[in-house]
Design a protein around this ligand. Structure first.
Ligand SMILES: Cc1ncc(COP(=O)(O)O)c(C=O)c1O
Length: 315
């Protein structure tokens, strides 16, 4: 296999991730299941794609200029990606996060030079109030002057071009028909960007958006507590567009956590909790669709971000 070309900065290492067929955990009588391994992006998650597209779209419109400060409220994956992109492009980065999220993520952001504000959580849980409180703090910071650019991932359509690229890579990697795609949603940028790209080529591709069963905002209309970082934000995200998905599905967090451990031990894939939910749903769809069909989902981030917690140690 030819080596990838050299790149002139770490920004060039974003994307072009492998798409791995899951061969050991998919039971007989099911569709094929592929996992797009986004943990191999520079900061270990697909958010690198989004941070780059948000920054470059704002630069293109001249809304983001040299000397300015980017502001964002984030559980930490998005923040790590913005901190990385801002470090390379020479912007300051003010980030609002919380102690509900992995300390590895908070430390990653500061390693790239971000200035961090921590909103305290209720016992480390992601409650329906937490993300709105973080966003409010980010809004306050960015209203301090015209030198601040609020990235606002939850309602910024500039996230979508970054994820359209992910979708185009999937279409190249799996040239045959793709029957279903699923992904857990936070701001919904990833699933919307990819689903739109897949449906343009395969209009019948069934798209499922996923949420934790204990926080069933989309499936039952009320929020709740959970511990799946990055998803289940407590309100329907503004970028979620009915045109680009067919179904909302609630997945038990416990099943997702067990799946993370199985993926590590049986497939050699170390991914985070939201990816575990994605694979649980992908296996459900693969069973429903049956042999001869193809299901795709995404490994959102690396499990290395969670090895200090209990994801890989509980049984
Ligand atoms: C680990 C992880 N998984 C899934 C998601 C959800 O992605 P999106 O916001 O594009 O819906 C996020 C978002 O922050 C995340 O950090």
């Amino acid at each position: 296999m030819p080596a990838l070309p050299s790149v002139d900065s770490a920004l060039g290492a974003i994307g072009n991730t492998p798409c791995v067929q899951l061969t050991r955990i998919v039971p007989p009588g099911c569709a094929r299941v592929f996992l797009k391994l986004e943990s191999l992006n520079p900061t270990g998650s697909y958010k690198d794609r989004m941070a780059l597209s948000v920054v470059e779209e704002a630069e293109r419109r001249n809304e983001l200029r040299r000397g300015m400060t980017v502001v964002e409220a984030t559980g930490g994956s998005t923040g790590s990606s913005f901190a990385f992109v801002c470090a390379l492009k020479g912007y300051n980065f003010r980030v609002v996060s919380s102690d509900a999220f992995a300390v590895e993520k908070l430390n990653t952001m500061t390693a790239f030079g971000a200035q961090l504000d921590v909103v305290p959580s209720a016992n480390g849980k992601i409650t329906p109030q937490l993300i709105p409180a973080m966003r409010e703090r980010a809004r306050q910071i960015s209203s301090q002057g015209s030198d601040y650019y609020y990235a606002d991932q939850f309602s910024n359509p500039d996230v979508l071009p970054g994820y359209a690229t992910l979708g185009r890579e999937v279409l190249e990697q799996i040239p045959s028909r793709i029957d279903a795609f699923c992904g857990a949603i936070g701001g919904a940028g990833m699933v919307m960007g990819v689903a739109r790209t897949l449906k343009e080529k395969w209009p019948a591709c069934h798209v499922a958006v996923l949420e934790p069963a204990s926080a069933p905002t989309l499936t039952k209309g009320y929020g709740g507590e959970h511990s799946v970082e990055g998803i289940g934000i407590g309100f329907p995200p503004p970028l979620l567009n009915k045109l680009w998905y067919d179904e909302a599905r609630a997945i038990e967090e416990g099943e997702g956590r067990v799946m993370c451990r199985r993926l590590a031990k049986e497939e050699g894939l170390l991914v985070g909790t939201s990816s575990g939910l994605n694979v649980v749903a992908a296996l459900q769809l693969a069973k429903e669709l049956g042999p001869g069909k193809t299901v795709v989902t995404v490994g959102c981030d690396t499990g290395l971000k969670y090895v200090r917690g209990n994801l890989y140690t509980e049984s």
